[in-house]
Ligand binder design. Structure first.
Ligand code: PMP
Length: 420
């Protein structure tokens, strides 16, 4: 016996000093029973709220029945039931599912499938995109250099095109879309031939990259180009899926049909579960047995996901996300209107960001961080994001009520008014 007391690695960077003891609905409580409004939802995961009774009950029942079936060895009923059920919410025809554990793993699975199915190697991503931290997913990620720095060489064959980030480009939304699509065409003509390009990966709302919604015309432009060249359109719905943006999928706002949907986070209310979905004819072009992992499609996580879908439907959480999202947006805009520190408020549904800028319009991470810390001190948990770390984001559970939105806006207003 070494007789030592191990400690956490300094690799960990924690956004708030809170030591959470329990969670209920939109609140987490620390060990002194201090209550915090959790507008992080565990980075967009606990959409049904912390410890929703139906999710707890389903998971407890499954824990006592079968914890780990291991679906490449023995199949189990929760996974079959979940697969059938997800058919109700997936885009028409995008209905063959493969399960893994995390967003990053699902992105890896989509990249493997895209390369195997098309026989092409390249992937196109957009500036500010976040697809994960595993090697393949990090190679697709450009939301901040910390994800890529010091770990190269990364997976080759990734080309990066501008995202229509209208505010930072100083353009109208239409101009930004025209610009981004023109640059994409240029990339396809000069860097990544359509004949070499397996897939375009895109988030319906840039998440870690600053909460910038993809304008519908941009997503439709990607769809047209993907369709024309036989390139797969892969929608990374890890953060935007399951009602987060006020429609079931983030891409519903644009009316495009993806070839592959990647989902995780809100899928299982906090249990590790993720999936890729694609049409049968596409999945059939992948190589059987080349994908998977020990814990993929865990039985307890699948049972929790089934209960999550029930709660989303029974409690009308998609509509609630749209309604409360609008209320929150208005509140954040009012706060921004009286503060020179916030240059832009944007987002979709309950995925909203406030971008901090200096008087001359430069990104201001320092003030964003101060506001973020002051909000935590005042009992409101938030996250920052953006390539410059200058966007404070709100991503509460989808069960949030009007009163809770108002309470968060009040705290946020006091925090911003108190900035010197
Ligand atoms: N894709 C997107 C859009 C994400 O927001 C995230 C996580 N923030 C990931 C992929 C990676 O997911 P995970 O952290 O579960 O690996």
């Amino acid at each position: 016996m070494a007789g030592q007391s191990a400690e956490l690695s300094p690799l960990l960077k924690q956004a708030t000093p809170v030591l959470a003891a329990r969670g209920s609905g939109v609140y987490v409580y620390d060990e002194d029973d201090r209550r915090f409004l959790d507008f992080t939802a565990g980075i967009g995961v606990t959409s049904t709220g912390h410890c929703h009774p139906k999710v707890v009950e389903a998971a407890q029942e499954q824990v006592a029945t079968l914890i780990h079936g291991q679906y490449t060895t023995v199949m189990h009923r929760p996974l079959l039931r979940l697969t059938e059920r997800l058919g109700d919410v997936l885009p028409q025809g995008v209905d063959r599912l493969f399960y893994v554990n995390s967003g990053s793993e699902a992105v890896e699975a989509a990249l493997r499938l895209a390369r195997q199915a098309t026989g092409r190697q390249n992937a196109i991503v957009f500036q500010g995109s976040f697809h994960g931290r595993t090697m393949g997913a990090a190679s697709l990620t450009t939301s901040g250099v910390k994800i890529r720095a010091g770990i190269g060489p990364l997976v080759p064959g990734v080309a990066v095109s501008p995202f229509p980030y209208a505010y930072r480009l100083g353009m109208s939304e239409d101009e930004a879309v025209d610009y981004a699509l023109r640059e994409l065409d240029y990339l396809l003509a000069t860097v990544s031939s359509p004949r070499d390009t397996a897939a375009i990966f895109v988030e319906p709302v840039l998440g870690e990259g600053g909460y910038v919604p993809a304008p519908p015309a941009f997503l439709r432009g990607l769809w047209e180009r993907a369709d024309e060249h036989g390139i797969l359109l892969v929608l990374d719905e890890v953060q935007t899926g399951f009602g987060r943006t006020g429609t079931f999928w983030g891409h519903d706002h644009a009316g495009v049909r993806p070839d592959v949907v990647i989902t995780a986070k809100g899928l299982a209310s906090g249990f590790p579960l993720s999936a890729i979905a694609a049409p049968a004819e596409l999945m059939e072009r992948g190589w059987p047995g080349s994908q998977g992992g020990t814990y993929g499609g865990n039985a307890v996580a699948c049972a929790a996901a089934l209960a999550t879908l029930d709660v989303i439907e029974e409690e009308g959480l998609v509509d609630n996300a749209a309604e409360q999202g609008e209320r929150l947006r208005k509140g954040l805009q009012q706060v921004a209107d009286r503060s020179p520190a916030i240059g832009d408020v944007r987002g979709l549904g309950l995925m909203l960001g406030s971008e901090f800028t200096t008087p001359d319009g430069a990104p201001d991470a320092e003030t964003a961080n101060r506001a973020h810390r002051a909000a935590a001190d005042a009992g409101l948990l938030l996250l920052t994001c953006g390539p410059y770390g200058n966007v404070v984001r709100m991503i509460p559970p989808l069960v949030v009520s009007a009163d809770q939105v108002d309470a968060a806006v009040e705290i946020w207003g006091d925090v911003i008014d108190g900035l010197d």
